[in-house]
Design a protein around this ligand. Structure first.
Ligand code: ADP
Ligand code: MG
Length: 326
């Protein structure tokens, strides 16, 4: 199983940011309202994520780190309508097989937390530990047992930037959750939920800056069973803002050619040709209309009716942009 896990890890875990993605998604699936992320040395020395979600029962701890034992998918049909972010039950075992791994967790029903450690695939004793309700996962020395993979890690700065970007994108989609991101002992990001009526706008300005909000249009369209909301930037200068393009489908950050094309085309047709604007968009559609199971790292999706999605996006954006131009 160790080898199997390592092979799975090769697919899911490309770099420290992939670990952060899986762990934060687990925290969100567990209903966390607050997620603390501590990184050392770009994630190659330490990735630690602590949440205040529901926690894991002591008797389920060993299962949580065993391959395919725990997937949130209970049946084959569930594959068709994945509500939670995690769905393969292979993230924790994969990560644990390529790091020095520890998980500490406590549920509301337990009077103590329990801790399980995995060193290169072998789970060690669960022992009582100190922890509030919720879960902490520590991932040390990622790829320590796969020297070839470890050698491929980039500079500390680069790896951290990938993590930073990921945390920003998730924070945009979850304005009601508090995120704190630290690197080498310093707080780099602190996104607090706000009690204002427009929580989402508040989060966007926290993450992308007030300037983005000033130079963008709010979008809100529905049709053909889909809802598109968010902000599209109006390219003012020639400066490329391609690093501020966020597209979420049912809460997941997605990079998709159909989406990219529709967005590019809408901008081009209102005379913003060749610009790379910033945008933050959220598309909601029936989970049956989109396959999120294309790749374990999950930033790709396949739309069942991609033409329909493309045209809906194009029309919504074109309408909003054309109105602003007029
Ligand atoms: P998946 O998310 O696909 O189910 P994972 O390997 O990511 O698989 O997680 C295994 C299981 O461990 C989850 O199904 C969940 O039950 C539990 N788990 C993992 N992380 C957390 C967490 N932060 N809080 C509560 N439960 C968790
Ligand atoms: Mg998961």
């Amino acid at each position: 199983p160790e080898l199997v896990n390592q092979i799975a890890a090769g697919e899911v875990i490309e770099r420290p940011a992939s670990v952060v993605k899986e762990l934060v998604e687990n925290s969100l699936d567990a209903g966390a309202r607050r997620i603390d992320i501590d990184i050392e040395a770009g994630g190659s020395r330490l990735i630690r994520i602590r949440d205040d979600g529901g926690g894991i029962d002591a008797e389920d701890l060993a299962l949580a780190v065993s391959a395919h034992a725990t997937s949130k998918i209970a049946s084959f049909e569930d594959l068709e309508r994945v509500g939670t972010l995690g769905f393969r039950g292979e993230a924790l075992p994969s990560i644990a097989s390529v790091s020095r791994f520890a998980l500490t967790s406590r549920t509301a029903a337990a009077d103590s937390a329990f801790r399980i450690e995995v060193d290169g695939g072998k789970p060690h004793v669960q022992r009582p530990a100190q922890h509030g309700i919720g879960t902490s996962v520590e991932v040390r020395d990622l790829f320590y047992n796969l020297p070839a993979r470890r050698k491929f890690l980039r500079a500390e700065r680069t790896e951290f930037n990938h993590i930073d970007d990921l945390v920003k994108s998730i924070a945009l989609a979850r304005p009601g959750v508090e995120f704190r991101l630290g690197h080498n002992g310093k707080v780099v990001r602190l996104f607090k939920p706000s009690a204002t009526e427009d929580e989402a706008a508040r989060r966007v300005s926290e993450v992308l800056g007030e300037e983005f909000l000033r130079n963008s249009l709010r979008v809100g369209h529905d049709g053909a069973g889909m809802v598109l909301s968010g902000w599209v930037g109006l390219p003012t200068a020639s400066r490329s803002q391609a690093d501020q393009q966020y597209f979420h489908v049912n809460g997941r950050l997605v990079r998709d050619r159909v989406v990219a094309h529709a967005v590019r085309q809408a901008y081009a047709d209102v005379l913003y040709h060749g610009r790379h604007p910033a945008f933050v968009l959220f598309l909601e559609l029936d989970p049956q209309g989109v396959d999120v199971n294309v790749h374990p790292a999950k930033s790709e999706v396949r739309f069942r009716e991609s033409r329909l999605v493309h045209d809906f996006l194009y029309r919504s954006l074109h309408e909003a942009l054309a109105e602003a131009r007029a």
